[in-house]
Design a binder for this molecule. Structure first.
Ligand code: NAD
Length: 366
């Protein structure tokens, strides 16, 4: 079995990140010591528990007390009500400052569990065992945790790094195709941002990766994780460079909000956001060959069609996004494969015009 041992250095210390097909069964030794004689809270969702709870059995035998706290599948988990319910359950069960939290699920579970662990008694140690591709390549890495306010995604949260991340790609075998597609879009994002070699791998292997080849996914997850680690290490608090990871997210988040977080997955929305950013970037010098490569790759993802959307609605939602600073709108634009820029001099008029044309093109092609 090929395993990839990565490490993220950050202001709180270091987080080892282990990636590979079947690594969770292999690695429970270290985790066993971490849970030994402790009270452990596993935060997970019904789908993940139904499919994969067995892999945690060896670990559960080492803990003094083992509590499985179930939260809803998907984005619904990231609410204040769910977090408050978890804190209540943990308190009632006797959770102390040295209790442990395990996030076992996709990015929604990971964001929620990290937030809950970070706030409970001013911070419990936790580990991330991500079970979706998106969580393995992105959400579990970098210490960002959050819950949503109504129609304002990720607006309450904190930086709280996990003690360890174990990304076992064998868990992805049960992942529905759309979730794989959503995660692979984040891989594409990071490849455009900083890894031309990874972009070539996607061009070559996208079809088998979309079909869920878990052995083939392991090196791709590791490459994407490594690229994210490099960026986060240089800018842990997201003052500048880390913002680049928001490529495709400015429009992406607005699309998700416009569709009530129902009909478009996060990565799918990011896919549309990347296409839009490419359009904006072409006007500022993105070479046409690079634009074509990105468009052709996004096309192969066969994104779900968008319903008719109003430019004004999207502009309003973009204005509400937390990536908009007091100083104005910021756009992450690809200027070549492996080179992106943060641009803050685009006027609302220019964005309005480009967005109108973008939506019209999408509508004409559907
Ligand atoms: P998700 O967590 O909502 O999971 C999607 C669905 O997949 C859920 O229904 C879940 O139950 C199911 N699932 C999970 N693992 C499975 C498995 N192995 N087999 C079958 N089904 C499985 O979606 P996601 O795409 O993983 O995460 C999206 C969230 O991540 C968003 O809330 C987003 O804001 C967040 N995010 C956070 C960061 C960060 O840095 N913290 C970065 C990117 C995204």
């Amino acid at each position: 079995m090929t395993r990839f041992d990565l490490r993220l250095r950050h202001p709180e210390g270091e987080t080892p990140i282990l990636v590979g097909d079947g690594v969770l069964a292999d690695e429970t030794g270290d985790l066993q010591e971490w849970v030994l004689q402790r009270r452990v809270f596993v935060i997970s969702s019904p789908t993940v528990l139904g499919l994969h709870s067995r892999v945690l059995l060896p670990l559960s035998r080492q803990a003094a007390w083992w509590h499985v706290l179930e939260v809803p599948d998907g984005e619904e988990a990231k609410s204040f009500g769910v977090a408050e319910g978890l804190w209540g359950e943990m308190l009632e069960a006797g959770g102390k400052r040295d209790s442990r939290v395990i996030a076992f699920g996709g990015g929604s579970v990971g964001d929620l569990a990290g937030f809950v662990a970070g706030c409970y008694m001013r911070g419990l140690e936790y580990v991330q065992l991500p079970t979706t591709l998106l969580a393995q390549v992105d959400a579990s890495i970098g210490g960002k945790t959050a819950i949503n306010l109504i129609r304002a995604k990720n607006s309450v949260g904190l930086f709280h790094h996990p003690r360890r991340v174990i990304a076992d790609t064998s868990l992805l075998k049960t992942l529905p195709g759309e979730e794989l597609r959503s995660g692979l879009m984040e891989v594409l994002k990071i490849a455009i941002l900083s890894d031309p070699e990874l972009l070539s791998v996607l061009e070559r292997d996208l079809d088998s990766l979309l079909a869920g080849d878990s052995v083939g996914l392991a090196p791709v997850v590791a490459a994407a994780a490594r690229a994210k680690i490099d960026i986060v290490e240089r800018d842990p608090a997201e003052r500048q460079e880390r913002m680049l990871l928001n490529l495709g997210h400015t429009l992406g988040h607005a699309l998700e909000a416009a569709l009530d977080y129902q009909s478009l997955r996060h990565g799918e929305a990011v896919g549309y956001g990347i296409l839009f950013a490419v359009g904006l970037a072409e006007k500022r010098g993105l070479p046409v060959e690079a634009a074509i490569r990105v468009r052709q790759l996004v096309e192969r993802f066969e994104l779900p069609r968008l319903p008719t959307l109003e430019v004004d609605t999207l502009l309003r939602l973009i204005g509400r996004d937390k990536k908009v600073s007091e100083g104005g709108w910021r756009w992450i634009l690809p200027m070549d494969i492996g080179v992106c820029e943060i641009v803050s001099d685009l006027t609302e008029g220019a964005v309005r015009q480009e967005l109108g044309a973008f939506l019209a093109r999408l509508e004409a092609s559907s």
